[in-house]
Design a protein around this ligand. Structure first.
Ligand SMILES: N[C@@H](CCC(=O)N[C@@H](CS)C(=O)NCC(=O)O)C(=O)O
Length: 215
């Protein structure tokens, strides 16, 4: 397996999942600084011009929820999702999609405001709205964790925990929501950060400052 990533980007989620699985894989850095994600070579791999992309024996998989679902089904022994129970598996997919379609899309208003509107004033307005909506979207997860559960879905660590950990860590950037409003999410982040697979992937990407800060 070959994972196309950019250090510290959302591609860290499948990178951690691959570490948890423990099977051989390699990583390829797509250099956003030079716009490599839009190069003809990379667009031939992922025509969407984004990371992550996971190349496997049968082709390329894009979209984090799809990659995580593939890994969970292909390596059931890693326990990244309850693949033997359709209802519980749907809960994991539901959480992945919540992260992908709400929080991830919201944070893109900061990293890529130009895809939503033109002009400096519009970009400033898009960015200014993020902290309020981030607090709102994270509150749903805070409520979920406030019954004292250790992991997102209860007693078992799954890929949902990886997804949450990465996006909660982005709050360290200081421009997108208040960690103090979500103490259960923040404690959960520290639990995930103690896992050897997480530390390994974060260190391999050289992004300790954002992802291991304050854990
Ligand atoms: N829906 C996609 C989103 C992927 C995405 O937005 N990736 C960002 C990095 S976090 C990216 O490649 N950005 C490059 C760009 O927008 O040019 C997924 O879940 O995989």
């Amino acid at each position: 397996m070959k994972l196309f990533l950019y250090p510290g980007a959302c591609s860290l989620i499948p990178h951690i999942a691959l570490e948890e699985i423990g099977k051989p894989y390699e990583t390829v850095t797509v250099d956003f600084a030079t716009g490599e994600q839009l190069s003809p070579e990379y667009l031939a791999i992922n025509p969407k011009g984004r990371v992550p992309a996971l190349a496997v024996d049968r082709g390329v998989i894009t979209e984090i929820p799809a990659i995580l679902g593939y890994l969970a089904l292909t390596y059931p022994d890693a326990g990244l999702a309850p693949v033997g129970d359709a209802f519980e598996f749907a809960q994991v997919q539901s959480f992945h999609l919540y992260m992908a379609t709400t929080i991830h899309v919201l944070f893109r208003q900061i990293s890529r405001p130009e895809v939503y509107a033109d002009g400096e004033d519009a970009h400033a307005a898009l960015k200014a709205k993020v902290p309020e909506m981030s607090d709102h979207y994270f509150q749903y997860i805070e409520d979920l964790l406030s019954d004292g559960r250790r992991w997102v879905h209860g007693d078992h660590y799954t890929s949902s925990d990886i997804y949450l950990y990465v996006f909660a860590s982005y709050l360290n950037m200081g421009d997108r929501g208040d960690p103090e409003k979500i103490p259960h999410v923040w404690a959960h982040r520290s639990r995930v950060a103690r896992r050897p697979a997480v530390v390994k992937a974060v260190k391999d990407e050289g992004v300790e400052r954002l992802f291991l800060h304050g854990v």
